[in-house]
Design a protein around this ligand. Structure first.
Ligand code: HEC
Ligand code: HEC
Length: 256
């Protein structure tokens, strides 16, 4: 493998035309911290050890996502540590390019290249997961509906079981499908609802958009409550392969 170039910060003015126009001083400082010479872009955690000083470089992200990408508790900010690298990379590109909406993140990521986003994704993918406590606010009715739809899907509405893509233990599948365990119920609910309403999109064909549009708002809340209520697994590593070795319906951005 080619030698990794030494990482160092470079002045913001390297990309004058891509600078966020109304960035606050805080955002400008955060973007400056993030800018560096890009290195190679391995997208699997096991391909290369990311540079050790990235915990410092990504302090601006830690303000919301916790140290090394671990948030704990039923708040809103999702943990990003230990998620599949290609999934994280796809999300960073989506925030930067407007398929997902978050003003602060879009401003911070808007100045960064694909290669650099790949480095960030690789670093977070290699960090240990956050151990999440189980959510306790679900009703018995929500748990029943949520479990049924997650485990069995609903063939009469073309909704495949979530496990068929998110892995038998729902801990995700390398390299592009995220786990559904250990996420705040409010976050899960908001994401699936955003897909239903067209506010979150993934690369076409957007299988999650199709699934979310088939679910009612009450079912989305029930699924989110059931998922967040499950005890956090001792081994939350994403699986190496899909349970049936193929997707039940096509999803863009998912690598074999
Ligand atoms: C001001 C708070 C804030 C900051 C700073 C921030 N994020 Fe986020 N991030 C969020 C929120 C909120 C979401 C969920 C957005 C949504 O509702 O879609 C999110 C989502 C994400 C996701 C997608 C997670 C998933 O499971 O799909 C990734 C990856 C991510 N952020 C990475 C970063 C990185 C890298 C940085 C630093 C460059 C950063 N974030 C800075 C608040 C923040
Ligand atoms: C056909 C495969 C497939 C099925 C079935 C599927 N998903 Fe997904 N899901 C995906 C893919 C691919 C992504 C990543 C999309 C992206 O890159 O933004 C995803 C992402 C998600 C996310 C975003 C996680 C995060 O951290 O932001 C949630 C939540 C989710 N799925 C919930 C579900 C639920 C609940 C079900 C069952 C009702 C389900 N999915 C069924 C393929 C699938």
């Amino acid at each position: 493998m080619a030698a990794r170039p030494k990482l160092k910060s470079v002045p913001l003015m390297r990309c004058p035309d891509r600078r966020p126009r109304s960035a606050s001083r805080w955002l400008a400082a955060a973007a400056l911290l993030l800018l560096s010479l890009p290195a190679a872009m391995p997208l699997r955690a096991d391909e290369a050890a990311p540079p050790a000083d990235w915990g410092d470089r990504l302090k601006a992200c830690a303000a919301c996502h916790g140290d090394e990408g671990r948030t704990v508790g039923d708040d809103y900010y999702p943990s990003i540590a230990g998620k599949p690298a290609r999934y994280l990379y796809n999300q960073l590109v989506s925030f930067r390019d407007g398929r997902r909406q978050h003003r602060v993140m879009a401003s911070m990521l808007g100045v960064l290249s694909d290669r650099y986003l790949g480095e960030i994704a690789t670093w977070y993918a290699a960090q240990p997961h956050a151990k999440q406590p189980a959510f306790e606010g679900a009703t018995a009715g929500q748990l029943a509906i949520g479990e049924r739809l997650t485990v069995a899907g609903d063939s009469s509405r073309n909704i495949p079981p979530c496990q068929d893509c998110h892995g038998e233990r729902l801990t995700g599948v390398q390299p592009s499908i995220p786990g559904l365990r250990g996420l705040p119920s409010r976050y899960l609910d908001a994401q699936i609802s955003a897909w239903k309403q067209g506010q979150r999109q993934a690369a076409a064909p957007d299988c999650m958009g199709r699934i979310a549009r088939s679910l009612t708002a009450a079912e989305i809340t029930a699924i989110s409550a059931w998922l967040a209520s499950q005890p956090y697994p001792a081994d939350a590593q994403p699986a190496g392969r899909l349970p049936h070795d193929e997707l039940p319906i096509d999803c863009g951005g998912v690598l074999p």
